[in-house]
Design a protein around this ligand. Structure first.
Ligand code: S3P
Length: 454
């Protein structure tokens, strides 16, 4: 699969990129399609007999790898126009054993959700990815799948890829309490539970993004979600549903929108609109935090798109103030901490981001990568246990640093955003991974007035 790699993120040598201080950012943009929903649209297409159409798909490398895996498992997947795709699925129970290993590139979501799919089918598949994915913990997925009857035939040390999984011929429905608030773990169990008789139950102590539950219901499964404890949820899926094809419209990704939003907040004079941003409450912890910091963000034209509320966000340069971000907010902004740290560097006073242990197992050790990047750019900060403390310089940041991105798209984009407003340019060592989630990042930002040089 890697030989026919759909985009260039993994090809060739690292490509450094430098962001320069720019004047006011201005204009209207639309962030790319949501990555979480795009992966799931492909997977639900595979698990449905008949034709699923998708509009607004994120055509980033991560999602294209999931599309490739769906093909390898028996689906017919075709692009019919920009962001428009058609999937002829095989249905729950109908998967084909893939001929070669499934290469998910940089994508933890693709790999983990697909492990759930395979784990509930009596087929064997090998899961692999790039150097970043090979470092990420997969025990958290393999443990519940093993309880359901799947077998791990081979794994690299510590439950890492490459992993060969033999799915359960007759998966057992289980009741599973996720050890961390992770939509990926929840989704893997639910996807495996699709082919189990009876009820599969997932209990989470903190609610994580709910796209899988929503799409299960949208495709015709019976799913009930009830509150569990103060912040948690109990999700019950009735197994072996007949999924029906349904058109998917993918809203704009709040995690990608975060980059132009923070860029406008920290760049003097800026006034931009980011259109159609998904406002799912389990995804907008960053907006809550930025508003607490004094950000001027106005949600206009709230409406429904593809089963989610979306809004056009008008964002103006703002004098930000440091805040305390509670650990309980982490699931709703888990991918946004790197760019929040950049916003915090421009705020007045201290921002404390609590409970960031999960950042250590993302595309890179993001806690370390952010701390290192801040250090390189003269930002006063500290890592205290699992908390990140940033003491901002009230509108100014020195910049001038060379940042190691460790194959992490969000580290690359976050520090490029910093360079747009810092006194000296900021260079990231490799821009290639940006194509995994936000292929048009550079051109979209340049359209607003950003200045980058290779
Ligand atoms: C995702 C869930 C999150 C997030 C990732 C996408 C998903 O991971 O970091 O980028 O689509 O389910 P965890 O659920 O492991 O926190």
């Amino acid at each position: 699969m890697s030989s026919s790699s759909p985009t260039s993120a993994h090809d060739g040598a690292p490509q450094p990129l430098t962001a320069h201080r720019t004047g006011a950012l201005q204009g209207r943009v639309r962030a790319p399609g949501d990555k979480s929903i795009s992966h799931r649209a492909m997977i639900f297409g595979l698990l449905t007999v008949g034709e699923t159409t998708v509009e607004g798909l994120l055509e980033g490398e991560d999602v294209l790898r999931t599309a490739e895996a769906c093909r390898a498992l028996g689906a017919t997947v075709a692009r019919t126009g920009p962001g428009a795709w058609r999937i002829q699925g095989v249905g729950v129970g109908g998967l084909r054993e893939p001929a070669g290993s499934l290469d998910f590139g940089n994508a933890g979501t693709g790999a983990r959700l697909m492990m759930g799919v395979v784990g509930g089918h009596g087929i064997t598949a090998t899961f692999d990815g790039d150097e970043s994915l090979r470092k990420r913990p997969m025990r958290r997925i393999l443990d519940p799948l093993t309880l359901m009857g799947a077998q791990v035939l081979a794994e690299a040390e510590g439950g890492r890829c490459p992993i060969t999984l033999r799915g359960a011929v007759d998966p057992l429905p289980i009741e599973y309490r996720t050890p961390v608030a992770s939509a990926q773990i929840k989704s893997a169990v639910l996807l495996a539970g699709l082919n189990a008789p009876g009820r599969t139950v997932v209990i989470e102590v903190e609610a994580s993004r709910d796209h899988t539950e929503k799409m299960l219901a949208y495709f015709g499964a019976t799913v009930t979600v009830t509150p569990e404890g103060e912040h948690g949820r109990r999700i019950v899926l009735e197994g072996r549903p007949e999924l029906r094809p349904a058109p998917v419209v993918v809203p704009a990704d709040p995690s990608s929108a975060a980059f132009p939003i923070v860029a406008a907040l920290i760049t003097p004079g800026s006034d931009i609109v980011v259109e159609g941003v998904m406002m799912n409450p389990l995804r907008i912890g960053l907006l809550t935090t930025l508003e607490e910091m004094g950000a001027d963000i106005v949600a206009q034209n709230r409406r429904q798109e593809g089963g989610e509320e979306v809004a056009d966000l008008r964002v103006r340069h703002s004098a930000l103030t440091g805040v305390d971000v509670p650990a309980g907010r982490a699931p709703s902004m888990i991918d946004e901490y790197p760019v929040l740290a950049v916003a915090a560097a421009f705020a007045a006073g201290e921002t404390r981001m609590r409970g960031l242990q999960e950042l250590r197992v993302k595309e890179s050790d993001r806690l370390q990568a952010v701390a290192d990047g801040l250090a390189r750019n003269g930002v006063d900060h500290a890592v205290v246990g699992d908390d990140l403390v940033v003491r901002g310089a009230a509108g100014a940041a020195r910049g001038g640093g060379a940042v190691a991105t460790h194959l992490d798209h969000r580290i690359a984009m976050s520090f490029l955003v910093m360079g747009l407003a810092s006194e000296q340019p900021v260079t990231v060592d490799d821009r290639r991974m940006i194509a995994t989630s936000f292929p048009a990042f550079e051109s979209l930002m340049q359209g607003l007035g950003a200045s980058f040089t290779a």
